[in-house]
Design a binder for this molecule. Structure first.
Ligand code: G3P
Length: 217
């Protein structure tokens, strides 16, 4: 499973990218607002750091302006993926941009019928928002399973990019089901490595090693 960061925190992007585990980035208008930066500047900065897909969302809601904005955003860098909302207007712009070779991420996906249409429109990615479904007492992980089954049935190439990740358990569920990507906010990403038994075990090993009086280097 590919791991994307869902955010624009440059320090964290550099940290995880330097470790070699960061496969891409997703942003959305709320993330751009939170960054306090110009969208073209922050995406140009991120695409210089991360070589994988970097999603940036259009602001338009009609197909023609979505297309024009998509062309302008994709010109920032070759690894830009254009995010479009799953509406009929978004699907029309997706098919036109995809046919021209632009990578498109169909976002705000909350049903398998929407995901089916995203694949038909040749989207590179579809973003089911599992956290928001859970927030409304629906089953976000089940949507990932439904989409996975449909995409396997028909050999669709669109990648399932699990989004709206709220917990480590969401990441585990997405990996177990077989999502292609999980895009993870910093507050969850930081926790992925944490376990108290690892910390206590390492402390014990370190203490016991120090008592041996030996050195390796
Ligand atoms: O970026 C898309 C998605 O991850 C948004 O998540 O937490 O606003 O539901 P959230």
């Amino acid at each position: 499973m590919q791991l994307f960061l869902d955010g624009s925190e440059i320090d964290k992007i550099i940290e995880y990218n330097n470790i070699g585990i960061l496969d891409g980035i997703t942003t959305n208008p709320s993330i751009i607002l939170k960054s306090g930066k110009n969208v073209f500047e922050v995406i140009a900065e991120i695409t210089k750091i991360v070589k994988g897909s970097v999603s940036v969302e259009v602001s338009a809601t009609d197909r023609e302006e979505m297309y024009l904005q998509g062309k302008k955003l994709s010109a920032i860098a070759e690894n830009v993926t254009v995010k479009l909302p799953i509406t009929w207007e978004g699907l029309a712009a997706c098919k036109r941009l995809s046919d021209e070779g632009t990578s498109v991420n169909m976002t705000l996906c909350f049903s398998s019928s929407q995901a089916l249409l995203a694949a038909k429109a040749k989207a590179s990615f579809v973003s089911p928002f599992i956290g928001r479904l859970d927030d409304s007492n629906q089953d976000g992980a089940n949507l990932i399973s439904e989409i996975k089954k449909i995409y396997i049935n028909y050999g669709f190439n669109t990648k399932i990019l699990a989004a709206s990740i709220r917990t480590i358990n969401h990441v585990k569920e997405c990996a177990s089901i077989g999502a292609d990507v999980a895009t993870i906010p910093v507050n969850v990403f930081d926790k992925l490595i944490k376990h108290p038994l690892t910390d206590s075990g390492l402390k014990q090993f370190t203490n016991d090693w120090n008592k041996t009086g030996q050195s390796i280097l």
